[in-house]
Structures are given as C-alpha cells and as structure tokens.
Design a protein around this ligand. Structure first.
Ligand SMILES: [Zn+2]
Length: 263
C-alpha cells in the first residue's frame, strides 16, 4: 500500500527540529509523497528548500493563505507570483499553487477585499503555469465554486471540504477533488461527506501541524496518521483498505502529475 498526504505544512516552525523524524515516520507508515503547502512568501521559499532536500518524497505548493493577507509586505504578492511563475517547468517539484482561498471568519470588509485580491492573483498564477490549486474555503465554498470557472484551471483540490454538503454533486460534476484527514475517524459530518463523495474525487491529508481531536487528542500531527485515515475511509465506503489506497494514489497522480514506480 502506498499512502499520500495531499496537504501538510512542513515548513511550520512546529516541525522544524523534528523534520527527519517526521519524514522517517512517514516512510515507515508507507507514505510515499507529501505535498507541503505554503502560507506566504517566506514559507514558499522554505517549502521549496524542503522539496529540493527531500526529492521524491516532499513536493511543494506555493502561495499566500487568506489568513496572511493582513501581514503582507508591499511586494510580497508580486514576489510570490514571480516565484510561482519561475517554477512553471516543475523542475524543482513545484506541483501546485497553495494554500490559497477565502475565509469568512477572517473577513471585515477591508480584509475581505484584500483576500479576494490576493486569491485572484494566485488563481491567475495557477492559470499561467497550468498548476493545480489547493484551496482553503472555510465558510466560502459557494463563492469559490462560483468564482473558479472564470479561470482556466488545470485541477482543483478543496482541502478539508466541510460544508455545505449540498454542494457535493456540483463539486463532483466539475471534476474537483476534496481531501479529508484525521476527522474521518471521529466526525460524523466528515464521515457523511466521505460516504457521499465518489472515491475517484477523494484524497487524504493531515493538514499538520493542525491538532485534532478523537484518538489524536494531544498528539503532534504527523503523516503517520494516514494509515488510520485510510482505514476509516475503507470502513465508511465498505471497501478494502488496499482499494482505497490504490484509488487515492491514482487520484493523486492525476491531480499533481506525480507518478510512482511499481514496487
Ligand atoms: Zn492547511
């Protein structure tokens, strides 16, 4: 079984001292690829370094997260866009633009406008580079799903999709993916989403170092949680764990263009 983490933040300071341990744990848990997401220019640069240092395991997603729009330096958006455009060829394993999006809990009229402006810049960079996008959509999924068709985007991942559940048929129709993580073990709402989404549109993630509840309470989030996530999905879908892992690996390849040798 080969497992994948479609959304983690390895450049987070919480992981700093523990990187070797975390990546070793990941390998021991059959995790063959991690897409490390950025929050701003600095974490985009750090994430690129991690992808260079750990080829064929860590892949980079570059971008500006909506939570950071109020702390940006004057040229930060442009410099991040330039960084993304430089990596069009994927030579350093830049596989997506992310984490980008909109969050209505960080709104207030002025901030909302800044979020929209930054999001549009990021989508435009994704369009120019033909890179997939990894999207944060807390409280904003309907707006985002309406806005995305104005860009010609290669692929879309709505990470930790949560609501509204009524939007799922439209998400599937458009060929978008969603990713779910540790809450698959304890949140009946996320379990309901997994039940409804075809396996062909689903990916696994940890969103580490975000902390989780249930059996993960008080534990540092690592990719070593992924075998339990796959097990939970298999139980919900009533299929074999290996079938879940194989389909998710195939989705991961289709989404990010990363291929894996048979072994
Ligand atoms: Zn995230």
């Amino acid at each position: 079984m080969k497992l994948v983490d479609a959304h983690i933040h390895l450049s987070d300071p919480e992981y700093n001292q523990k990187m070797d341990e975390i990546l070793e744990d990941a390998k021991q848990s059959n995790v063959v690829a991690l897409v490390s997401n950025s929050m701003n220019l600095q974490t985009s640069l750090d994430t690129l370094q991690l992808a260079k240092k750990h080829p064929n395991l860590v892949y980079a997603a570059l971008g500006i997260h909506p939570w950071n729009v109020k702390n940006l330096s004057p040229n930060e958006v442009q410099e991040t866009v330039d960084l993304i455009l430089q990596h069009e060829t994927r030579s350093e394993r830049v596989v997506a633009v992310g984490e980008i999006g909109l969050d209505n809990q960080y709104a207030g009229k002025k901030l909302w406008e800044s979020q929209l402006k930054v999001f549009h810049e990021m989508l435009s960079a994704a369009e120019k580079t033909s890179l997939p996008v990894i999207i944060h959509s807390r409280g904003t999924t309907p707006e985002i799903v309406n806005l995305l068709p104005s860009y010609s985007l290669k692929k879309v991942l709505l990470h930790w999709f949560s609501r509204p559940i009524t939007l799922l048929p439209q998400i599937v129709d458009k060929g978008y993916y969603i990713s779910e993580g540790p809450p698959s073990l304890y949140s009946s709402h996320i379990q309901d989403i997994i039940k409804r989404i075809p396996l062909t549109n689903l990916l696994t993630e940890t969103d580490g170092p975000v902390n989780f509840r249930g059996p993960f309470q008080g534990k540092m989030t690592t990719p070593a949680f992924l075998p339990l996530v796959v097990k939970a999905i298999a139980k919900i879908k009533e299929v074999k764990e290996t079938d879940v892992a194989d389909q998710i690996l195939q989705n991961f390849t289709e989404l990010f263009g990363i291929t894996f040798s048979e072994a």
